[in-house]
Design a protein around this ligand. Structure first.
Ligand code: ADP
Ligand code: MG
Length: 257
């Protein structure tokens, strides 16, 4: 799988809301085999950039490519079918469904298992694939034992893992995560760090938008600091930590947001 995972690349991305340039000319590469982190203060434009990459919002300028393919105008569900999976800054799972059923929804996003075939009880080649993907993803996020619990009964930290499991069940090659550690306790965050490292080592391209600096500096291969819509510093974590512009924009004023 390693060699055929394409890079996700943005060039010259701009997205405005009225007069505000929330994303103001961003170049970013999310290569396979790496965790690429974007950090920055509240309002920096991280989520807007994220939405543009995931396909939930269209950039006003610039291009987004997946490998050789231009996906700038591709709708989010079509990006999902190309192997780009995402989570949400605010947890978004189906509360009345069990953990396993939430993951099944994710798996079917990709395999295209036919809901009609299922309703009619017809055989469906994709269903076997779905089942395997769900089992594997449950295992990865450590939720096998909670598989039959309805999500409405679970705490936020666990729901974050359900959401991540749902993304993984689609067997993505690119994984986009908007603040996956918010609501997680230290143990869960530690587990998330190990999981993300493993996924990247396995060849996935992982984008991590995150406030938890311990997680970011503990797992990222490259860190991009965003402020007022622009990337003001980029590099390996140890270098960004020492960077003047990064400190000014984010790292020194520890605002705790
Ligand atoms: P971050 O995720 O870094 O906190 P956002 O991308 O959410 O930043 O926001 C960047 C800027 O764009 C902020 O000033 C925010 O208020 C503004 N913004 C974000 N989404 C919208 C929207 N849908 N309409 C108007 N302004 C928005
Ligand atoms: Mg945000």
């Amino acid at each position: 799988r390693q060699s055929d995972v394409p890079s996700l690349q943005a060039r010259g991305l701009v997205r405005h809301f009225g007069g505000l340039r929330a994303v103001d000319g961003v170049d970013l590469a999310v290569p396979p085999g790496e965790v690429t982190a974007v950090i920055g203060p509240n309002g920096a434009g991280k989520s807007t950039l994220f939405h543009c990459l995931a396909g939930a919002q269209r950039p006003d300028e610039g291009r987004i490519r997946l490998g050789e393919r231009d996906i700038t105008r591709l709708a989010d569900h079509r990006r999902a079918r190309l192997g780009i999976a995402r989570t949400f800054q605010v947890v978004s799972v189906f509360p009345s469904l069990t953990v396993a059923d939430n993951l099944r929804v994710g798996a079917e996003n990709r395999t295209g298992a036919s809901a009609t075939a299922r309703l009619l009880g017809l055989p469906d080649a994709a269903r076997g694939r779905t089942r395997t993907a769900v089992e594997a993803a449950l295992e990865l996020v450590g939720l096998t034992e909670l598989r039959d619990v309805r999500c409405g009964e679970l705490p936020t930290g666990t729901l974050r893992l359900v959401e991540l499991g749902r993304a993984l069940a689609s067997r993505p090659s690119v994984l986009l995560l908007d603040e996956p550690a918010s609501g997680l306790d230290d143990t869960e965050t530690g587990r998330l760090r190990v999981l993300l490292r493993g996924l990247a080592d396995d060849g996935l391209a992982v984008l991590l938008v995150e406030h938890d600096m311990e997680l970011v500096f503990g797992v990222a291969d490259s860190v991009h600091v965003m402020a007022a819509g622009r990337i003001v510093a980029s590099g390996p974590p140890e270098q960004v930590r020492e960077n003047e512009a990064a400190r000014a924009a984010y790292l020194d004023p520890v605002t705790g947001d």
